[in-house]
Design a protein around this ligand. Structure first.
Ligand SMILES: Cc1ncc(COP(=O)(O)O)c(C=O)c1O
Length: 344
């Protein structure tokens, strides 16, 4: 598991908010700061981190790298998919969905795209012949609930609907085969333990052909170095035609973080995270679960955790605790004893 690669202070249970970088990511970013301060290098070596990270992400979710675009946010990338929907399209989304995978669809309502929100457990049933697209998070942000992705995807395929998935709370601990979906968007700053500002979009070529690179720049050019000035439009044929020019610092931290995850292996991380989350559930008297995120309704939880120096988050009126690769049994047991004696 390489615990030596992380340096958390005890009591960090907040990866659902932001993940902690492994040492190679911190070292790379510190190295870049030195180079930048001294003006020691051109930017091209920094930029290579983008393609390293793209390659790593493609391997992590089992797709061809040619089908992966990069951007700064999930919402920005999903906005490109949403803009490709024809007027009259019907989109179905869980009613508890994090808004980065809801607002991009809702803003299309003005031009005749219809959006229906339904409870997550009724999502598959809500897909019918009128459904153009179903969008959902593999793991819900507030509750940590793992979506019944196979069931939803099967219903979508049966009715000819597209499947668009937000993997931000899943990718890094839950094994993902993105080839089952038409698109998968992931922000790397949580479970992929990267800086904020590095996001990926896998998009199947049949969907890509319907999309327009609304924010194209030199970075989306077929030959970047020959795309700085003047017409004609000359974009890459691959998904990177949807790239926006990267904030280098973010990507310099992201490439090594993803490589560390690959070296350790997502199945190993999954087993560790779910084992600790299960210990936490058991300690809190909650039913067993299959997620790395634990959601509990505990009176005065925020104050109790703060008093014990434990960092977690409050979501939808409940306490959200998250276990990742650097979480220890001591972290979990400290949270249980801090929260003991007051669960509703
Ligand atoms: C499920 C999910 N998707 C996306 C995001 C981030 O979205 P964006 O990249 O648009 O800020 C978050 C952050 O909390 C999230 O929990």
């Amino acid at each position: 598991m390489r615990p030596d690669l992380w340096a958390p202070e005890p009591g960090f249970l907040n990866t659902a908010s932001y993940g902690l970088p492994p040492r190679p990511a911190v070292d790379a970013m510190q190295g870049m700061l030195d180079e930048w301060q001294a003006g020691r290098t051109s930017w091209e070596p920094w930029d290579r981190s983008v393609d390293r990270a793209r390659d790593s992400f493609a391997r992590l979710v089992g797709v061809p790298v040619a089908d992966v675009a990069i951007g700064a946010t999930v919402s920005g990338l999903l906005g490109l998919v949403a803009a490709a929907l024809p007027a009259g399209a019907r989109v179905v989304v869980p009613d508890v969905e994090f808004t980065s995978n809801l607002f991009p669809w809702l803003v299309q309502a003005g031009r005749g795209v219809e959006i229906a929100t339904v409870p997550l457990d009724r999502l598959a049933d809500a897909i019918d012949d009128r459904t153009t697209l179903v969008a959902f998070s593999l793991v819900q942000s507030a509750s940590g609930e793992v979506a019944p992705a196979a069931e939803i995807t099967a219903a979508a395929r049966h009715h000819g609907a597209l499947v668009v998935v937000d993997g931000t709370q899943a990718c890094g601990w839950l094994p993902i085969d993105a080839t089952a979906f038409d698109a998968l968007a992931v922000h790397a700053y949580k479970w992929l333990m990267s800086p904020r500002g590095a996001s990926f979009l896998y998009v199947r070529d049949s969907l890509r052909d319907r999309m327009r690179p609304e924010a194209a720049s030199w970075y989306a050019g077929a030959d970047r170095a020959a795309s700085y000035y003047g017409p004609p439009l000359r974009l890459a044929a691959e998904a990177r035609q949807f790239d926006t020019s990267p904030a280098w610092m973010s990507w310099i931290g992201t490439a090594p973080a993803l490589e560390v995850i690959e070296q350790i292996g997502v199945p190993v991380i999954h087993d560790h995270d779910v084992r600790l989350a299960s210990r936490l559930r058991e300690g809190l008297g909650l039913p067993p679960g299959d997620s790395a995120i634990v959601s509990a309704d505990i009176p005065a939880a925020e104050a109790k955790l703060a008093a014990a120096g434990i960092r977690a988050s409050a979501r939808a009126g409940r306490t959200r605790l998250a276990c990742h690769i650097y979480t220890t049994e001591q972290d979990v047991d400290a949270a249980v004893s801090a929260l003991a004696g007051g669960r509703a």
